[in-house]
Unconditional design. Structure first.
Length: 242
């Protein structure tokens, strides 16, 4: 019975990934490789991540630092796996985060203090290359959400580029307000991030900066608006484990 349940999980994760990749490809109009799909595996067992890896997926996202670090070490045999940290990041936790194996991107840098702590931690624990980071923007301006304000993006970008010698600014991200009614038009939080992206590209003279927006419920819409990095969990792995 346990083996049959294992085969069922393996099949569903593989099938879900195929379906999501097809949706990403359709939404982008350029094939699935034009948009990075981050498979959000928070609270999921190692076996689920291994099944997704066996199905050909390589990029995974985690929200909790201790869980990410533990998984990254336990799954270090998956040599070309890439981890994205997508959770709330505080200065005091940056050093711990930099002990993650195969850490590819930190998507939630939202202040000079966090950037500095992350830079210092990566100098001690990094793996010989620059650490890619995104600036998190609180486009919905909700007090309970992390992220810098839209008018703070260029200042933070300048700090990262000038003061953080082992960080590489790769893009910006947002979560946005939950439960938006798309019948009302484009999500204003995504519209705001696109404005920030345009301002930042012009400010830095860099058109390659990425846009991370869109999750399980709205990733196709986000891609249609220009997202190059989407974070999808429940539609790949099923409902979040408590």
């Amino acid at each position: 019975m346990r083996f049959l349940r294992y085969l069922s999980t393996m099949s569903s994760i593989r099938d879900n990934l195929l379906k999501i990749n097809n949706e990403v490809s359709t939404a982008s109009g350029k094939g699935s490789s034009a948009v990075r799909l981050v498979a959000v595996s928070k609270t999921k067992p190692h076996s689920d991540i291994e099944e997704a890896y066996e199905a050909g997926h390589r990029v995974f996202g985690e929200n909790y630092i201790n869980e990410l670090v533990e998984k990254s070490h336990s799954l270090a045999h998956l040599e070309d796996i890439k981890w994205h940290f997508i959770g709330n990041l505080q200065k005091k936790n940056c050093s711990k985060l930099t002990t993650c194996r195969n850490l590819s991107v930190v998507e939630t840098v939202d202040s000079d203090k966090v950037a500095k702590a992350l830079n210092n931690g990566w100098k001690r624990n990094g793996q010989g290359t620059a650490l890619n980071v995104f600036i998190q923007v609180n486009t919905s301006k909700e007090e309970q959400k992390s992220g810098c304000m839209p008018n703070e993006v260029t200042q933070l970008a300048d700090y990262i580029c000038k003061e953080c010698d082992v960080l590489q600014l790769k893009g910006i991200m947002t979560i946005g307000a939950f439960g938006y009614d798309w019948s009302q038009g484009d999500n204003p939080d995504f519209v705001e991030l696109l404005k920030c992206h345009r301002v930042l590209c012009d400010h830095l003279g860099d058109e390659s900066l990425e846009i991370s927006m869109g999750m399980s419920d709205d990733f196709s819409k986000a891609i249609g608006m220009g997202s190059t990095n989407v974070r999808v969990g429940s539609k790949i792995f099923g409902a979040r484990n408590v």
